[in-house]
Design a protein around this ligand. Structure first.
Ligand code: NI
Length: 147
């Protein structure tokens, strides 16, 4: 039987044609701010993650990013960059509770934070770096890690 050398590589089925229990998958992750891919749709990925504390401010110039909160309360502070495009929506704080979602537009700087642990689903194109554009930081994680 073929066993992949890299246990986090994409499965042949790309997580499709099966029920996925998002919270159950999250509970298998070690640590916070460690997104793991559970499925792909076209060139988009569904990533589950648990978070607590503050994430660094960052921006994705080329893509919108969707947050779906499953448990807990997530705050996403936003501010438009100096070169904020026509879609930039200004400064503010989005508060998401379980069952709520938000889309952060491309070009809008954002800083997710959670006082208590939050479990959530991220939907974004393949290849998006979690800490955004610019140099990798302490919170940057390798892409395409499957649970
Ligand atoms: Ni982001």
């Amino acid at each position: 039987m073929f066993m992949p050398l890299n246990p986090t590589a994409a499965p042949a089925g790309r997580g499709q044609s099966q029920a996925i229990d998002l919270v159950q998958e999250i509970d298998r992750i070690d640590g916070h701010w460690q997104p793991r891919v559970v499925a792909e749709m076209n060139d988009y990925q569904f990533k589950v993650v648990k978070v607590q504390g503050e994430f660094p401010w960052h921006v994705h110039a080329d893509t919108d990013e969707t947050f779906v909160v499953l448990e807990g309360e997530l705050k996403i502070a936003t501010r438009s960059g100096a070169s904020g495009g026509e879609c930039a929506s200004g400064e503010g704080v989005i508060v998401l509770r379980a069952g709520q979602m938000a889309v952060v537009p491309r070009g809008v700087e954002h800083q997710p934070s959670a006082e208590a642990e939050v479990k959530m689903l991220l939907i974004e194109p393949c290849g998006v770096v979690n800490t955004g554009d610019g140099a990798p930081g302490a919170r940057t994680v390798e892409n395409d890690q499957w649970i």
